[in-house]
Design a protein. Sequence first.
Length: 204
Amino acid sequence: MKQSPFDPERFFKSACLFEAALILVAIVLGWLSGINPFATLHYSESAIIFGILGTIPLFLLFLLLEQLTSESVVTIRRFLLETLGPALHRYHWADLFILAAIAGISEEILFRGVIQPWMESSWGVTAGLIGSNILFGLVHAITPLYTVLATLVGIYLGLALDIGGDRNLLTPIIIHGLYDFLAFLALMRSYRASLPTQDHLNDR
């Protein structure tokens, strides 16, 4: 495999700091737009349940893509293994859970807590939902297909924001964070399986 562009030794700290910094971006954008990024974030047992259940379709899609052999899907899978695999496999599952949680919280506060309602207030609910998640897809652009998939996932998360009739940022935060955690574990497992036997044993 090609060498990862990330420094495996510094990956965890750098990734956590980068993701956490998005909360500051959300606060600044919220100040500029007059939107409180945390206004719709509140504890709710139903939001937690919806979040856990809402993760299932996304992870099933991930597992489906793992089985497909089309060139565009294989390109995405290879890119993720080559870039994230060497870094992720060095860490404990608890570290990956922390990283996934930070990513879920920060990205949802930014995109669903500020950008989506900001665009909704200017363009209407439907256009705001689509526009904000086209942006979400673009900032996750790896390949054209990945950009489209990220946009669709963003729309899914944006719709989850209002599931149950009560807008609650906690639901997409749980879906996003839990999905990332499961995807990290799957990527780590795939990368370790691709290592030579001796290297695999040394990494345990």
